[in-house]
Ligand binder design. Structure first.
Ligand code: ZN
Length: 97
């Protein structure tokens, strides 16, 4: 589904901020309409056309950046949790007693 088709289906407003997007060339500017994949590969699922929406380039980029930031913070939290755990990690838990 192209930007043009998504615009015809969902309208000219950004999925995230609901402000009007810029459909003029050239694309790739912060206010340009970009295709947002609501069902990401990060969830382990296949990208589907039905989950595509339009969003500003700026909103799309910010979402990705915040998601990556959250993901790295979560991984750091997990690493700290594992470091502080008294029990062995599950991979080494076959020695009971
Ligand atoms: Zn936006």
């Amino acid at each position: 589904m192209s930007v043009k088709a998504l615009r015809a289906t969902f309208g000219p407003l950004c999925h995230w901020c609901a402000l009007p997007m810029d459909f003029d060339e050239p694309a790739g500017r912060p206010e340009s309409a970009t295709i947002e994949h609501l069902n990401d590969a990060t969830l382990g699922s296949v990208r589907k056309q039905s989950h595509r929406r339009l969003a500003h380039g700026a909103c799309n980029a910010a979402r990705n950046a915040f998601r990556q930031q959250a993901e790295s913070q979560f991984k750091a939290w997990i690493a700290e949790r594992v470091m502080q755990a008294d029990v062995p990690s599950p991979g080494f838990s076959d020695k009971h007693g």
